[in-house]
Design a binder for this molecule. Structure first.
Ligand SMILES: [Zn+2]
Length: 262
């Protein structure tokens, strides 16, 4: 199964939090599907229309390019492949999908993927926001990045979208800090809940019912991206990722002003 970063809300309260990690595996948000971390050119996962669990669900994959907030449809796939780990909980287990994408055919250099199951009552998001970056071509793409997404029928994103400008005031948040050591995370996992590699000054855990994966939040002059979750990271609480445990300890607990990013 996917390795995920599971961490506590505060460095001081870790042992109890980590004991609860197993409970969190059955998080309700992934009950209708999940995207795996991207493996090269393969986007994979599973999905089910919970009203029609015996049917193979249709999944629409969307791509966000270079930090823009406008998603573009990437592909439509059918989740009809067998995966043994789905069999016990999901009928015949024929609910997995995979899609091979030619990243070079897409403009831009960094991509976030989201998936939605098509149901009779509309589209339901499946879990995870895996990312892909054309590292080797990132420099060459800087110019096109600043032009915003091409071919988008809506208003182009502002040129500053990669970093973002300060938007609406969201309020005072209680913030804590964590790293990916075994003290902060059960088993010392290396990836965030959304499948990304956690990065200092970038990765933050939030209550994703309020601030979904991919949401950008500004604290001070820095723009963080919601990529992770935590057992007690609810409501207006955030858990900020640091590279080392000492830095996380040094951060402690702070109440900060948080702004949306436009
Ligand atoms: Zn740590």
């Amino acid at each position: 199964m996917i390795t995920r970063l599971r961490h506590g809300f505060a460095v001081a309260a870790l042992s109890i939090v980590c004991m609860l990690m197993g409970v969190f595996t059955s998080f309700a948000a992934n009950s209708n599907g999940e995207l795996d971390p991207i493996n090269g050119s393969v986007i994979s996962g599973w999905a089910v229309d919970t009203d029609n669990p015996d049917k193979s669900a249709s999944v629409v994959l969307y791509v966000y390019t270079d930090g823009t907030t406008e998603a573009k449809e990437l592909a439509k796939v059918t989740a009809d492949q067998y995966r043994s780990d789905l069999k016990d909980s999901l009928g015949n287990g024929n609910h997995a999908f995979s899609y091979t994408v030619n990243w070079d055919s897409l403009e831009g250099s960094s991509f976030i993927i989201e998936g939605y199951v098509e149901t009779a009552s509309g589209k339901n998001r499946i879990y995870g926001s895996p990312q892909y970056s054309k590292k080797e071509t990132a420099k060459a793409d800087v110019k096109s990045t600043s032009n915003g997404p091409a071919g988008d029928k809506s208003t182009p994103a502002p040129a500053s979208s990669a970093k973002g400008t300060k938007g609406a005031y969201l309020g005072k948040f209680q913030t804590t800090a964590y790293c990916n050591c075994s003290q902060c995370c059960s088993g010392g996992h290396k990836l965030t809940y959304s499948g990304t590699v956690p990065t200092a000054n970038h990765t933050v855990s939030a209550d994703i019912n309020r601030y979904p994966i991919g949401t950008k939040l500004m604290i001070g002059d820095n723009v963080y991206t919601v990529e992770d979750i935590g057992t007690n990271v609810v409501d207006n609480k955030l858990d900020i990722y640091f590279d080392t445990h000492q830095q996380a300890l040094d951060y402690g607990l702070k109440t900060v002003d948080v702004y949306a990013v436009e």
